[in-house]
Ligand binder design. Sequence first.
Ligand SMILES: *Cc1c(COP(=O)(O)O)cnc(C)c1O
Length: 342
Amino acid sequence: MILFGEMRMDMTLGDILRAARAIDGVADCTPLVPSPYMSMAIGHDFLLKLENMQPIGAFKLRGALNAVRSLPPGTAGVTCCSTGNHGRGVAFAARERSIRAVICMSELVPQAKVDGIRALGAEVRITGRSQDDALAESQRLVEAEGLVEISPFDDSAVIAGQGTIGLEMLMARPDLDHILIPLSGGGLAAGIAVAARAIRPGIRLTGITMDRGAAMHLSIRAGHPVEVPEVPSLADSLGGGIGMENRLSFPLCRDLLDETILVTEDEIYHAMQVLYFEDRIVAEGACVVGLAACLSGKATPKGPTATVITGRNLDMQTFTRVVTGQDIQLGDRIVKGRPYGA
Ligand SMILES: *Cc1c(COP(=O)(O)O)cnc(C)c1O
């Protein structure tokens, strides 16, 4: 139980066990595999939770499915704002229930993600340059068209769904000492933290994000949600704010994470190459922030460690440029390329 302000929030392992039952059979129990290269690098077992293998190519299926399946009968339809993967999860879950889904996204979302959502039969609205603009459109649709909004991270059913990842990780490896969690709105980190703290209270939990636009990191520092400018990143799935009215994921991350760490675009670039060349995994920039934190020496695990490979819905053109060592243009900034091992 967590107390904050006037509100009392109960989020327990029970919620996560119920979510695990609700999504069983559609969202897969994914493998937790060793990375020999990273294990060598940190001197302890380093494991990868392969959420890139989920049916929609990302872990967000878990939370979205749990949320959509728990809506009352007669629900007309759902809407959400998304950097891409939550929208894909909601679209998948809405199709399963045969209800309407309208996914609102900003112009920063890669085309591959937009196409993936349309292919699931959802309507797509592209509005503005930020997640905040997409959120405003989603909230307008709640009023105008009677849709139910499902937040990508600030929703108890979504957080419980993401928490099933922590449950599975600790069932597979009860000896885990440290979990490195890619961090954006904090639904993933909050869910994993609720599960992991309940099962193994002393475990170390680190949230990791890119250094430009680190909304949760800066909000925890400030003691309240803050707005951050949204800029293009190799870890595009980690973009966007945490919402100035955040009720759940902010207090949970603030109270349950041991620390938050920031990594640079150069470190993300290198870690994408490591994951590809050493582990032969094709995954989004957002997935490798845990590797980047260890390889840069910013995180120093003291025992068996795991991170979540959160998704594979990347823009293949950018990915190809990264693995072939070419420069990457991110808005007005260039990430200098270097062939792997050179
Ligand atoms: C959404 C997402 C994250 C971050 O999850 P939050 O719950 O917003 O912190 C990380 N990686 C990928 C691929 C995502 O889609």
